[in-house]
Design a protein around this ligand. Structure first.
Ligand SMILES: [Zn+2]
Ligand SMILES: [Zn+2]
Length: 421
């Protein structure tokens, strides 16, 4: 069903993206490669500056000029690069009118170093990350490659399709920073599908409708106190380190919620300057999660109260900055069933599941909710992929046999949803 040439090119692209991973909002090379490939196939491409509302962008802290120079030095196509503005990611469309089917592929990497062990296949085969401290250890290299292969399959079959297929190549999923800015592109969609490789399922297993995603807020808290000689006049200092330390303990002591799953984590606390100085600065990186909007709001509000209380105790100034946020969503069973039905006859598929709960967060939930708000159907599919290590671990690698399974399932699903009468 999938031509050998398309599978080979998809695998080669996955390895190329893998070698040049780009963190959220810096995916200039990936965006340019996708744009050039999509336009060659006849897709209408809009770069993110054309549709993003800057107020919806979260956690973007980059030197765009430097990242663009890096992208060009790493082989990004210059013509497409010259048309990218501030923001990475793109929207590509084929066809006109309804029905409108939207599919999202996230393209960013994880901020963790990749294993250099010879037992790590990308290292052994020479496609391990060349960007220090960054690696495609969530599998989004595979997602981007599948999206491009799907674009080719659909372009080849366009005479048999009606309506519009819209493919989104979304930046900054990690830290749930990009989904909110891309959510308006799902408005009015008849069908929306997000998908992920792996997630603990073995190669050959396809789940049509993941659920149980958690609402999550990521934020930084900065305490500013006052430095003073720790021996000479400590009473003149305002201790930002102690304020942050108290806040960390208070956040991890927030009472659990009877209504369902809740999570809090202080992932980073850095503070202080010198051994003999009352610490004037402290930075905390925090996340709160909840099974629904109410529990998530409870966790965030209690964490904020703990931060404010600690600031008051130590006479420190507090600044809280939201770095990312996502809501929760559930897959619609009707669409999940279409995906599993189509997957069942795909070569290599050994089993299908209609539903599976998972307690992580994905900002595709913004797009799912946007679709469902206007009466469309949304689903989050998972394509199992054996992996030698867990997601976000430097030794993570994808079983590439999962790529054609995901491609063919998504292709057959889109072809069915947009079948010409
Ligand atoms: Zn991830
Ligand atoms: Zn991911």
């Amino acid at each position: 069903m999938i031509p050998q040439k398309i599978t080979e090119e998809m695998t080669a692209r996955r390895r190329d993206f893998h070698k040049y991973p780009e963190r959220g909002w810096t995916e200039f090379r990936t965006t340019a490669i996708c744009a050039a490939a999509l336009e060659r196939l006849g897709w209408r491409v809009r770069f993110a500056d054309e549709f993003i509302e800057p107020a919806r962008v979260m956690g973007r802290d980059i030197d765009a000029a430097a990242e663009k120079r890096r992208a060009l030095a790493q082989g990004a196509p210059a013509e497409a690069m010259s048309r990218i503005g501030e923001y990475t990611g793109l929207c590509a469309e084929l066809g006109e009118g309804s029905p409108l089917t939207v599919m999202r592929f996230d393209i960013d990497c994880v901020e963790t170093a990749e294993s250099a062990e010879p037992s790590h296949r990308p290292a052994a085969l020479g496609f391990a990350s060349v960007n220090a401290g960054l690696s495609h250890s969530c599998g989004h290299d595979g997602h981007a490659a599948i999206g491009l292969a799907l674009a080719e399959m659909l372009a080849n079959e366009r005479q048999n399709l009606r309506g519009t297929v819209r493919l989104l190549f979304q930046p900054a999923e990690e830290g749930v920073r990009g989904g909110y800015a891309f959510a308006p592109l799902a408005r009015g969609a008849d069908h929306f599908i997000a998908s992920h490789l792996g997630l603990g399922l073995p190669t050959g297993v396809v789940c049509g409708g993941m659920g149980g995603f958690l609402c999550s807020t990521k934020f930084d808290a900065e305490f500013t106190g006052r430095a003073a000689h720790a021996g000479g006049e400590p009473e003149r200092g305002r201790n930002a380190l102690l304020a942050a330390a108290q806040a960390a303990l208070a956040i991890h002591s927030i009472a659990p919620h009877s209504g369902g799953v809740m999570r809090v984590n202080v992932g980073v606390l850095s503070a202080g300057e010198g051994r003999n100085v009352v610490p004037p600065h402290a930075l905390m990186k925090i996340e709160t999660r909840g099974e629904n909007d109410g529990i998530a709001a409870y966790a965030y509000e209690r964490a904020e109260a703990a931060l404010k209380g600690a600031a008051l105790m130590y006479g420190a100034e507090l600044a809280v900055t939201k770095r990312g946020e996502t809501t929760a969503a559930e897959s619609d069973e009707k669409l999940a069933r279409i995906i599993t039905d189509e997957a069942a006859s795909v070569p290599g598929v050994t089993g299908t599941r209609l539903h599976r709960r998972i307690s992580v967060s994905d900002d595709a939930c913004w797009l799912m909710r946007e679709t469902q708000k206007s009466g469309g159907l949304a689903a989050y599919a998972c394509f199992g992929a054996d992996a030698p290590a867990g997601h976000h671990n430097g030794a993570f690698d994808l079983d590439e046999a999962a790529l054609p399974i995901a491609l063919e399932t998504l292709y057959k699903t889109a072809a069915r949803l947009n079948a010409a009468e």
